[in-house]
Design a binder for this molecule. Structure first.
Ligand code: NI
Length: 132
């Protein structure tokens, strides 16, 4: 990919914020931080406009909780066209980590994530929004 250079004028306070971002994320330079911000913005816009997007739903739960796995499977079957893969890891004696890779219309992916995260017994759930 061709890389173009351009000059950026910024207020000092904004430049300080950019440098903080570089430090916090351990970016090698300011260019990488600006790339990160632009890409994040594009992903957010695609999700807001309900375009075809991709992402991952991350769930942590106690597999001893009654009916949780049955209910989670029911929800996943209701939305099966959106699900690319499911990875299940047994974290310890009680806890499971499930990563569900998804692709489809943004609002459908959000609906699937919301239903799963709302299930009784889910300790932590998060939809990671990305785009392709
Ligand atoms: Ni497990």
């Amino acid at each position: 990919m061709k890389v173009k250079r351009f000059g950026v004028s910024l207020e000092e306070s904004l430049l300080e914020k950019l440098d903080d971002l570089v430090k916090q994320n351990k970016f090698p330079n300011r260019s990488q931080a600006i790339r990160f911000l632009i890409n994040n913005n594009i992903v957010e816009e695609k999700w807001e406009e309900n375009k075809d997007v991709a992402g991952a739903i991350v769930l942590v739960y106690d597999h001893h909780k009654r009916d949780l796995q049955t209910k989670s499977t029911d929800v996943q079957h209701d939305f099966h066209t959106l699900i690319l893969s499911v990875q299940h890891v047994h974290l310890d004696h009680n806890n499971c980590l499930e990563t569900i890779a998804v692709k489809g219309k943004a609002n459908e992916l959000s609906a699937l994530a919301n239903e799963l995260i709302a299930l009784k017994g889910i300790k932590h759930g998060k939809l990671v929004m990305s785009a392709c």
